[in-house]
Design a protein around this ligand. Structure first.
Ligand SMILES: Cc1cc2nc3c(=O)[nH]c(=O)nc-3n(C[C@H](O)[C@H](O)[C@H](O)COP(=O)(O)OP(=O)(O)OC[C@H]3O[C@@H](n4cnc5c(N)ncnc54)[C@H](O)[C@@H]3O)c2cc1C
Length: 408
């Protein structure tokens, strides 16, 4: 092998973390080869945020992630929100902030982000090879990286930025796990995250298409109840919407132990449901159940709740027993569902599980099993809430590894 054949860094995967890492390495004067199996870089960036790319979040912090808090904290410390914003502005991407701290490119198009990264990489001298699927990585004195076509490349350092198996329609694959495993890593069990959930209660189909502001409450079998407030969308199979997506990773993990108890607080802004119901009972004592809930709950939700609570529809509320009032208050505060499974990988926006973070140096993202190898982004056992947190983590990983890589 001639010295000119040796790259400083070979990066496998030109997604969010790989593009960022390639750019930062090249800006540090390294000779970088970026290998991508798809015909273009950043396909997941392009579909992200419904094609608008929610690239970061004002409120980015470790609590918004499942997985190793220490690793996430170390990455976010080096690449906080302001740094992320300044970075994209420096690439020429103007941004706008929307509700809940979500940040999007001002053009309203994810192409702005993917194209800015691609151009900056090209300008910094990154060699990008598309349609180049890596099937083998061997570590001797240097790394030998072999493509499906049997062509090999050599690098002093190697970066695995292959992403997760979520959303195979845009390139999600298990390749990264296999490559990491072959270099000595262990993979924490994989389950879909940021996805809708199937529930046992078939009657939920009666609410298909209805949205409501709720607090989701989940008892994943660990000591702590998980809560998330926001919008739920009822579907033919179960529950979706941002509030559900945000707890789906934790639910998905817990499903390995069986069905997961799950409840919706239909009036999260009302701490004392009993008191509210009493007030309404005094005002509307002549009303029957359906009329009683008018203005309080969506009509279809109220109908299902009436059935669920076993209330006789034609009896005026003044005749309800204390037991009925209690059931109604309890159901409004914690309407129970039993989650039986997560939706399939083709609908999951992220993966829970991945390369065990205990095998990674938190500060550098270098592998503790294979020195000189760096592992980034969604391939790691870290998953964030919806709202720009996953892309932020991917950018942060690329930035952290590139800065940590030795000068030579
Ligand atoms: C529909 C959808 C919407 C989303 N919306 C958002 C959002 O708005 N905000 C947000 O924060 N997150 C969002 N996400 C999640 C976010 O896109 C990912 O978390 C992020 O892209 C992960 O970055 P990554 O670099 O780890 O992996 P990716 O960006 O997935 O990049 C991995 C790359 O590696 C390539 N690759 C894999 N194996 C090989 C191989 N063997 N050889 C060569 N190349 C390989 C893949 O083709 C891919 O290009 C969304 C995800 C989906 C699916």
């Amino acid at each position: 092998m001639k010295n000119t054949d040796l790259y400083d860094v070979i990066i496998v995967g030109a997604g969010a973390s790989g593009l960022m890492c390639a750019l930062q390495c090249a800006r540090r004067g390294k000779r970088v080869l970026l290998l991508e199996k798809e015909g273009q870089p950043g396909r997941k960036i392009l579909v992200s945020g419904n094609g608008r790319c929610n690239l970061t979040n004002v409120y980015v912090s470790a609590e918004n992630y499942q997985g190793s808090q220490q690793l996430v904290q170390a990455v976010l410390q080096k690449f906080p929100f302001q740094k992320c914003l300044a970075f994209f502005h420096s690439l020429g991407v103007l941004t706008v902030q929307e509700e809940a701290g979500r940040v999007f490119p001002r053009t309203g198009k994810s192409t702005a982000v993917a194209e800015a990264l691609r151009l900056a990489c090209a300008e910094a001298g990154v060699e990008l090879k598309t349609n180049s699927r890596v099937v083998k990585i061997e570590k001797k004195q240097s790394f030998r990286v072999t493509l499906q076509t049997a062509e090999s490349f050599y690098g002093k350092y190697c970066v695995l930025a292959c992403g997760s198996k979520a959303y195979p329609q845009v390139g999600g694959t298990e390749d990264g796990y296999a490559l990491a495993r072959a270099l000595g890593h262990h993979i924490e069990p994989l389950t879909p995250a940021l996805c809708a959930l199937n529930v046992k209660e078939k009657a939920v189909a009666r609410l298909q298409g209805i949205r409501a502001q709720v607090r989701v409450r989940v008892w994943p079998g660990t000591a702590q109840e998980i809560q998330n407030e926001g919008e739920v969308l009822f579907t033919s199979y179960g529950l979706s919407g941002p509030a559900v997506l945000n707890v789906s990773g934790a639910v998905s993990r817990a499903l390995k132990r069986g069905a997961v108890p799950f409840a919706l607080d239909l009036l999260p802004e009302v701490p004392n449901k009993q008191a509210l119901l009493k007030e309404r009972a005094a005002l509307f004592s002549q009303r029957r159940a359906k009329e009683f809930f008018a203005g309080l709950l969506h009509e279809n939700i109220a109908n299902l709740l009436i059935d669920f609570a076993g209330i006789r529809k034609n009896v005026p509320v003044k005749e309800w027993t204390p037991n009925t009032w209690q059931t109604v208050a309890r159901t409004i505060g914690a309407w129970p569902f039993s989650v039986v499974s997560a939706r399939p990988w083709t609908e999951a926006m992220a993966a829970a599980g991945g390369v065990n973070c205990a095998e990674i140096n938190y500060n550098t993202l270098e592998s503790l099993c294979c020195p000189g190898l760096y592992i980034l982004g969604e391939l790691l056992d870290v998953d964030g809430r919806s709202g720009g947190f996953n892309l932020h983590f991917a950018w942060g990983c690329g930035f952290t590894a590139a800065l940590a890589m030795p000068e030579d």
